[in-house]
Design a protein around this ligand. Structure first.
Ligand SMILES: Cc1cc2nc3c(=O)[nH]c(=O)nc-3n(C[C@H](O)[C@H](O)[C@H](O)COP(=O)(O)O)c2cc1C
Length: 195
């Protein structure tokens, strides 16, 4: 089991897992994920880099899960998710789909927002993710963040530095995520869906 990259900030009890959805060696995803983490100031943050996660072999998968993965507890502990994803061939990467498929109850009845990027802003990845997440009972925020050619907006320390409007848009979607996170944490506790 690899050592997880965890960024726990001081905060209230709400926990947001930021999932960095690319495993390529020269990937952009952690740069964007750092921009997202910096914008979260009202929750504990756990940054999950897919490139550091080894999932079991898919031959062991069955509906609703399979053997417990090394990140199952971290996903279960989260009250909400930010999926940071590139667009590959008008969808999101297969590695991210595997992470989704390897968990079930850990996702259910929690909110998520999507931060996607690509040559045209990653909107095809965003819309594909929404449908898959709906099947898991994950509510997605109305606002999603689409970043066009983010590799053109890096400073000399490789930090993503977009137009201020994009950071404002991200902040608005994180506020929406937080609203859902509070609401759904209460609902999971006090009004669980009857079996
Ligand atoms: C297999 C593959 C398919 C891609 N398909 C698209 C695409 O459909 N639309 C797009 O905007 N960019 C596409 N790209 C470009 C990616 O958006 C760009 O390479 C990005 O940096 C990938 O994210 P990553 O570096 O975090 O893996 C593709 C890249 C790869 C590797």
């Amino acid at each position: 089991m690899s050592v997880p990259t965890e960024h726990h900030r001081q905060s209230a009890e709400v926990r947001i897992a930021v999932i960095s959805g690319s495993v390529r060696k020269e990937r952009m995803a952690p740069t964007i994920a750092r921009w997202v983490v910096a914008a979260i100031d009202d929750a504990a943050v756990d940054l999950i880099d897919l490139a550091e996660v080894t999932l079991p072999d898919d031959s062991l998968l069955w509906p609703g899960g399979g053997p417990r993965s090394e990140v199952a507890d971290r996903i279960a502990a989260a009250d909400g998710f930010v999926f940071v994803t590139p667009e590959y061939n008008h969808s999101y990467p297969a590695a991210l789909k595997r992470l989704i498929d390897w968990h079930y109850g850990e996702w259910r009845f929690k909110p998520a927002t999507v931060v996607a990027y690509g040559v045209q802003g990653g909107y095809a990845a965003i819309e594909h993710l929404r449908g898959v997440l709906a099947e898991l009972g994950v509510v997605t925020t109305r606002r999603a963040t689409g970043l066009r050619t983010p590799w053109q907006f890096l400073d000399d320390r490789d930090r993503y530095t977009p137009e201020p409007e994009l950071t404002q848009g991200l902040t608005a979607s994180l506020a929406e995520l937080r609203w859902w996170a509070d609401l759904l944490a209460e609902a999971r506790r006090d009004r669980p869906l009857p079996a």
